[in-house]
Design a protein around this ligand. Structure first.
Ligand SMILES: [Zn+2]
Length: 257
């Protein structure tokens, strides 16, 4: 591969160039052009009638920021990859909480008597007070979830789910790791994003790739893994999620029959 070819390919890999289909203003024929996402306008000659077509390009916040900060190779992560990372974090939290619940249940009742499940703790404490048991379960779930996200994001800017998918949370101003205080504030901003039908989270699906909590805290979620590898791991992780969901559905149907 020659050097210009390599540079060209890298531009595509990092999303700095994109292919577009346009219609000629004069003869109305369709043809493909390649444009830089950093340009606002382009002029392209029609291959049929040689008319010079003016093309207006949408310049997103991402392309402006990448350009301004010279962040070549840095890519913002969109809604789906962030949703998949979050799913893995939730699985890890559920496993951790189950271990804690079972630990408490065993500590109270020993291994015999009550099942090794979340309700192990509930059954174990029912002999005292059902409200205490329920409160304890919710308290452990809430505190555990909060601490999990705060400690991981505060310490290294990424949760295990984000590590798996190659994502990192950074400051919007200097693209460095966010502080413990900001990680704390961002958690409350995330709950605000999720408040009404997850609209704040879904905002990351649009061209700026920023969720409501990214706007509030001036943070960016970037993908620091090589694009080809990132895509492969994303699809493997997505496949695994679908497998889990289908299995749950199948078990649910079998139980109901
Ligand atoms: Zn034409």
């Amino acid at each position: 591969m020659s050097l210009p070819e390599q540079i060209w390919n890298n531009c595509f890999r990092y999303g700095k160039m994109k292919k577009m289909i346009i219609n000629c203003e004069r003869c109305n024929c369709e043809y493909e052009i390649v444009v830089s996402i950093f340009n606002k306008k382009a002029v392209s000659e029609c291959p049929d009638c040689e008319h010079r077509n003016k093309v207006k390009l949408f310049k997103s916040r991402i392309s402006r920021e990448i350009e301004k900060n010279n962040l070549h190779g840095m890519r913002f992560s969109g809604f789906w990859i962030r949703a998949v990372a979050y799913f893995y974090d939730v699985i890890i939290i559920l496993i951790l909480c189950t271990v804690i619940f079972c630990g408490i249940a065993i500590a109270i009742n020993g291994t015999n008597g009550y099942g090794l499940s979340w309700y192990g703790i509930n059954w174990a404490l029912d002999s005292f007070d059902v409200r205490i048991a329920d409160t304890l379960i919710y308290a452990v779930l809430f505190t555990g979830t909060f601490l999990y996200f705060w400690i991981f994001v505060g310490a290294i800017g990424r949760t295990p789910g984000k590590m798996l998918l190659g994502l990192k949370i950074v400051n919007g101003s200097d693209y460095k790791k966010i502080t413990w205080l900001k990680a704390f504030a961002r958690l409350w901003a995330i709950s605000l994003s999720s408040l009404v039908l997850f609209i704040g989270n879904i905002m990351a699906a649009f061209s700026d790739k920023l969720a409501l909590h990214d706007y509030i805290c001036n943070t960016r979620v970037v993908n620091i893994r090589e694009p080809k590898k990132s895509k492969l791991i994303f699809y493997i992780c997505l496949g695994f999620i679908l497998l889990i969901l289908v299995s749950i559905l199948v078990i649910f149907v079998i139980i109901n029959i």
